[in-house]
Design a binder for this molecule. Structure first.
Ligand SMILES: CCCCCCCCCCCC(=O)SCCNC(=O)CCNC(=O)[C@H](O)C(C)(C)COP(=O)(O)OP(=O)(O)OC[C@H]1O[C@@H](n2cnc3c(N)ncnc32)[C@H](O)[C@@H]1OP(=O)(O)O
Length: 225
């Protein structure tokens, strides 16, 4: 089995990672939300030099307090029967409520196995002035496409990701992401996705190929069915 396949098995099947119950996950999600606010404040602050120095020191002290009890790797959520394991990655950089760099994006699966998300990116994700960084759009779409492969019962790792940036993606407004699996061939799942602005304009289109690592089965990944 490939390194990635073996690692997934250790984490999701063998229980190598710490598993958080819902109240503990909610506590830490609250902490991450405060840090997101802090990031936003840092990017926009115009306080004077003395205040910048004082706040920097306080933040360093806070970081030391959190590091006083440190896990070797990010924790995951306890399994939910019937739900895919990807939803357990609480520190995922796109969907993880515990990760301050995640917007976070909440992905939903429809009965027809297509997926969607409604999300707003703040100016901390700015690329070209006034618009979302293309790499951030790619990251969100990679996750959404992966979720579509999962929802189709054919999960895998991203083997190829192709993007077409049609229009600039605005930040600070609600965006819609949509994705679906288009074809499953052996261990390969072909998928398509797009980001849609509030006025209905498709700003980014993406296609991706996901490949299930050798030795893994969709069932081992806690697939939906
Ligand atoms: C697990 C879920 C977790 C859950 C994750 C779900 C959502 C997470 C979303 C984020 C996902 C990521 O960021 S994942 C991180 C980024 N991706 C990675 O790091 C992947 C790095 N690459 C790899 O580890 C490997 O290349 C794999 C596992 C993708 C494939 O390796 P392999 O298993 O040895 O593949 P191999 O036998 O050569 O090929 C198998 C089949 O796939 C085809 N194939 C291989 N690569 C490609 C390609 N780029 N484009 C088209 N097709 C390809 C081959 O032609 C073949 O088709 P045929 O001849 O059989 O027809």
């Amino acid at each position: 089995m490939s390194g990635a396949g073996a690692a997934m098995r250790r984490v999701f099947v063998d229980g190598e990672r710490a598993e958080l119950d819902q109240p503990r996950a909610a506590e830490l999600a609250g902490l991450a939300a405060r840090v997101r606010e802090l990031t936003e404040a840092v990017v926009h602050t115009d306080v004077d030099a003395a205040e910048v120095a004082a706040v920097s020191e306080e933040i360093a002290a806070l970081t030391r307090r959190l590091a006083a009890a440190r896990r070797a790797a990010p924790p995951i959520a306890a399994p939910v029967p019937g739900a895919p394991h990807i939803g357990r990655q609480l520190a995922n950089p796109v969907t993880g409520p515990l990760n301050p760099i995640a917007p976070p994006v909440e992905i939903h699966t429809r009965p027809d196995r297509t997926v969607f998300c409604d999300f707003t990116l703040t100016s901390v994700y700015e690329g070209p002035p006034g618009f979302v960084h293309g790499g951030v759009s790619a990251m969100v779409l990679d996750q959404l496409l992966g979720a579509a492969a999962h929802a189709a019962g054919a999960p895998g790792m991203t083997a190829a990701l192709d993007l077409r940036y049609r229009r600039p993606t605005p930040y600070g407004v609600p965006l819609r992401g949509e994705a679906e699996a288009t074809e499953v061939v052996g261990r390969r799942t072909h998928t398509a996705a797009r980001i849609i602005a509030p006025d209905g304009t498709v700003t980014v289109e993406a296609t991706a190929v996901f490949v299930l690592p050798r030795g893994l089965t969709p069932e081992a990944l806690g697939n939906v069915e």
